[in-house]
Design a protein around this ligand. Structure first.
Ligand code: BJ8
Length: 436
């Protein structure tokens, strides 16, 4: 496997342009996108020192994110399997995996196609929503083009209204997510899962059975177990892997082949265990350890961790859907009937503590637990600008941390680079305070 500093196969290697053309991408704009991302990856990732060797696999995956991986998706589609695109960790991928389908996270982490997005969305919409709309309208996301169905969810208002518009351009099935966690909400959510199961069966023409669902649950659980293992290893002092690299692993979890990915993460963890035994870390002891908490960071949203890690600190965990929130709960594997398995899936997904829920004390409790477990010296609370759920919830998080004497920095930003200098100044000042 070749080490690479490209993203998406913009240059060199195989020519994927005929495939991209067939998928209906805007080739010129897509080339520009890959060049920009390739440069950003080189500057942010390839300049890190003392990276684990196992990261070469992740470098390769990212370099082929728009190339080889899309080719694999097209191959599996030729065999009659379906590809389902998602934007949220509430979509139960086990049901898609059960019938030989592939679940992929769709592009939503870059300031791209904003002009197109703002033709259909208000300007003060969160960057993640504008990004997925922009990627679609500007013809830049091969994943959405390759998807047979997009699955949305009624989490925040911005997303659920944007899906109505997205549906004009790509069939978007929406799952209703409850807003609270009472027994009535569980019943609603269970009904949604049953209905989604029927949708998946209708899409694929294949029945979900006890046997294939058991297999789907196992594949998704094994992936989460590998990511949990990676997370545990970051508790070491000094941590054997940077926060940026660990974030990348969690980001790639959303679109790589799950079996291959799980094996690669476990191989990486073997190497990290060995590093810990030998006392090899990516930083010196005494470097401030930071927990990043809040909105998810989709590829290539590396801005905040990059600033933290180039300002003399290390990110030891992400309390985020691209991180702990999507990996910490497993599905019970002991169900013997479809009903029992649907119950287990329902219960697992009801535990996710997205800020779209009210009240959401589980999240603040979890943040306090993470600070303790990871020996974090401070918390950077990150919310995407115009994200009401996380921006408002930051107040409760700050109060809970204050009561325990844990410093927190509140950051609200978008995907642009204009505020890099200002953010760096604020983060450096925060780290200075944390060190005292
Ligand atoms: S389970 S965090 S992935 S909804 S940042 S679009 S909330 S305005 S991404 Fe999320 Fe699912 Fe929740 Fe996780 Fe809205 Fe906020 Fe934008 Fe957001």
């Amino acid at each position: 496997m070749e080490k690479s500093d490209r993203v998406g196969s913009a240059s060199g290697g195989k020519d994927y342009r005929p495939m991209w053309k067939e998928l209906g991408l805007n080739l010129e704009a897509h080339d520009q996108l890959l060049n920009v991302l390739g440069q950003a990856y080189k500057d942010i990732y390839m300049k890190q020192e003392n990276r684990p060797k196992g990261m070469q696999y992740l470098d390769f995956v990212i370099s082929e994110a728009h190339g080889l991986r899309i080719e694999e998706l097209m191959e599996t589609k030729k065999k009659g399997n379906k590809v389902v695109g998602t934007f949220c960790v509430y979509v139960p991928e086990e049901l898609i995996l059960a019938v030989g389908g592939t679940c992929v996270g769709l592009c939503a982490g870059a300031e791209i196609g904003i002009d197109e997005a703002e033709k259909v969305l208000p300007r003060n919409t969160c960057a993640l929503i504008k990004s997925f709309m922009g990627f679609k309208l500007a013809g830049l996301c091969p994943y959405i083009q390759a998807s047979d169905l997009v699955v949305g969810e009624t989490t925040c208002d911005g997303k659920k209204k944007a899906y109505e518009i997205l549906n004009d351009y790509k069939e978007t099935y929406v799952m209703e997510i409850p807003q609270m966690k009472t027994e009535r909400d569980r019943t609603l959510w269970r009904g949604e899962i049953v209905q989604f199961k029927e949708k998946v069966e209708q899409l694929t023409g294949r029945k979900i059975t006890v046997e294939n669902l058991r297999q789907g649950i196992k594949i998704a659980n094994d992936k989460r177990l590998a990511l949990q293992r990676l997370s545990r290893l970051r508790k070491a002092t000094p941590p054997p892997i940077s926060g940026l690299d660990a974030l990348l692993v969690n980001q790639i979890a959303f679109y790589d082949d799950p079996l291959r990915f799980t094996k690669s993460v476990n191989d990486l963890c073997d190497e990290l265990e060995d590093r810990i035994k030998k006392g090899i870390g990516v930083i010196k002891n005494g470097t401030p350890r930071i927990l990043v908490s809040g909105s998810p960071m989709a590829v290539p949203n590396w801005k905040v961790p990059y600033i933290i890690e180039t300002s003399g600190a290390i990110v030891v965990a992400e309390e985020s859907c691209v991180g702990e929130r999507s990996t910490r709960d497993l599905i019970k594997e002991d169900g013997n009937t479809l009903d029992e398995m649907i119950d287990a899936i329902t219960d697992r997904y009801m535990k996710i503590d997205c800020a779209c829920f009210t009240p959401n004390v589980e999240r603040t409790d979890h943040i306090l637990e993470l600070v303790k477990e990871f020996k974090a010296d401070g918390v950077v609370h990150y919310s995407i600008q115009f994200c009401t759920p996380y921006t408002v919830e930051a107040h409760k998080v700050e109060k809970a941390l204050q009561q325990k004497g844990i410093p927190m920095l509140k950051i609200e930003t978008d995907y642009g680079m204009e505020d890099m200098g200002q953010l760096k100044t604020r983060i450096e000042a925060f780290l200075e305070m944390v060190r005292k």
